[in-house]
Design a protein around this ligand. Structure first.
Ligand code: ZN
Length: 459
């Protein structure tokens, strides 16, 4: 039997590991050590620096990294790097903050559209995918993601394993399963009533809730199991059966109950919403971000501006769904729905951006293969943004939406050293970001193909 005091210590330790705010947990674990180890300094020579605090580029800068954070950002002319120092020569590259994708599903694979996988895949299959996809995502230059829907509570466990250093992956702001009405986008529809795939039938997989009381309960239960953010389905979806993307799926009153409960618990809440009315309901309910926002109209745009609501429009994956997913068994019903909303979404992206709605980068990775996240930048530029604006949507703005501006999103002293570099100039051709050459997260280098560093200099 474990003595009470030891048991209390063990549970305090477990609490630190399982803290719902993993960024803070990592810090308190570090500061709990008795003696402070000597700081490790790394000097990054940044030939062209886009720090994402604005839209400009500075030439010949040095980023000094102390352990896991940025210590200073200085002009190379003003800094004497000591001999023998640890120098990373990115002087031929464009250096920018680690990218952030606000809409991923790390547990999902883009080659399993045949509906048989609803029944064949186990939660372990999804977890194994999550391990592989987390690494791919980081190596693609995405040092933070918000994961908005997976088995209970895959994203929470993955986040904790990455934070503990056991797995390689991005920082994860984790949700639980997306919360849906009975028969809605998050439910298993149009099969026999005897068909069940739930892991937690009593709790309806922490995913199905009808009415304000059930919503309050499921939001609280998700918080209990460690989610950072709540995801709710405000309309039908493209990849679900038997529902319509244009149709609202919760009442305003239900959405309000969910949003208020999430906020009371200090969590943000994101709403999946394709349809015009469901978008407006979610904004009016006080939800923090509208995911997809495909059929947003002028009134929706006005409301989003008025309420300061972010929209996260996944305007790349239409290509993959229409061209590739049918090979992997995407049913005709879902293909037809994508044809209905995909192109409209791109036009509405342009309208919403031009009107000044707050926008953060999110791609629905998992619908298409993880690691291809940066392919969306091309479409963001094609539909109205400058490359600098698109990059800011995936850095400073994304950090604001996920509530982590203190730690990530720009290259500034005090922030985590989450830094990427590309060989060619992404501000001239944003597709450069599809091939990130260097990835650092928390001061640790995870990828370095430095073809551009043939002649390293240490002065
Ligand atoms: Zn999604």
């Amino acid at each position: 039997m474990i003595p009470a005091i030891v048991a209390r210590r063990i549970s305090a330790f477990i609490l630190i590991l399982l803290s719902p705010t993993p960024f803070a947990a990592a810090q308190s674990a570090a500061s709990a050590g008795a003696e402070k180890p000597v700081a490790k300094l790394t000097y990054l020579l940044a030939g062209h620096l886009f720090d994402a605090t604005g839209e400009s580029v500075r030439e010949n800068m040095v980023i000094t990294v102390e352990d896991e954070r940025i210590k200073s950002v200085t002009s190379a002319a003003d800094l004497k790097i000591p001999p023998g120092a640890n120098v990373v020569d990115l002087s031929h590259a464009t250096v920018l903050p680690g990218l952030i994708d606000c809409h991923t599903h790390l547990g999902s694979r883009a080659d399993r559209y045949n509906e048989i996988y609803e029944f064949k895949d186990t939660p372990f299959d999804h977890a194994f995918s999550g391990v592989v996809n987390a690494r791919k995502t980081l190596e693609a230059g995405f040092t933070s993601v918000r994961d908005v829907g997976s088995d209970p509570f895959l994203a929470v466990d993955l986040r904790n394993s990455i934070n503990a250093g056991y797995l390689v992956g991005p920082r994860i702001v984790a949700s639980g399963p997306g919360i849906s009405i009975t028969g809605g986008h998050g439910d298993l529809n149009n099969y026999s009533p005897q068909t069940r795939v739930m892991m937690f039938p009593e709790e309806r997989d922490y995913a199905i809730a009808d009415g304000a009381d059930q919503l309050r309960h499921v939001v609280r239960a998700q918080v209990k199991y460690g989610v950072d953010v709540i995801k709710i389905m405000s309309t039908g979806g493209v990849l679900s059966r038997g529902d319509s993307p244009g149709a609202a799926q919760y009442t305003l009153e239900e959405l309000k109950a969910a949003a208020d409960t999430a906020h009371m618990a200090g969590r943000k809440i994101a709403a999946h919403a394709h349809g015009t009315q469901g978008i407006k309901n979610a904004i009016l309910a006080g939800i923090d971000s509208i995911e997809h926002a495909s059929l947003i109209d002028d009134e929706g745009i006005r409301l989003a501006k008025e309420h300061g609501t972010y929209v996260v429009m996944d305007i790349y994956n239409d290509d993959y769904l229409l061209n590739e997913a049918p090979k992997y068994g995407l049913p005709v019903e879902n293909l037809d729905k994508e044809r209905m909303v995909g192109r409209l979404q791109r036009e509405n992206f342009r309208k919403a951006f031009q009107a000044g709605v707050k926008m953060a980068f999110g791609t629905d990775a998992g619908v298409y293969p993880h690691g291809d996240n940066a392919r969306q930048f091309f479409y963001m530029v094609k539909y109205g943004m400058t490359p600098a604006q698109a990059i800011r949507a995936a850095t400073a703005n994304a950090a604001d939406l996920i509530g982590r501006s203190k730690d990530v999103g720009t290259i500034e002293p005090g922030k985590f050293a989450d830094i990427v570099a590309v060989n060619s100039d992404p501000l001239a051709d944003v597709r450069a970001l599809e091939h990130v050459d260097f990835v650092m997260k928390s001061g640790v280098v995870y990828k370095d193909t430095r073809s551009f560093a043939s002649h390293a200099t240490t002065n």
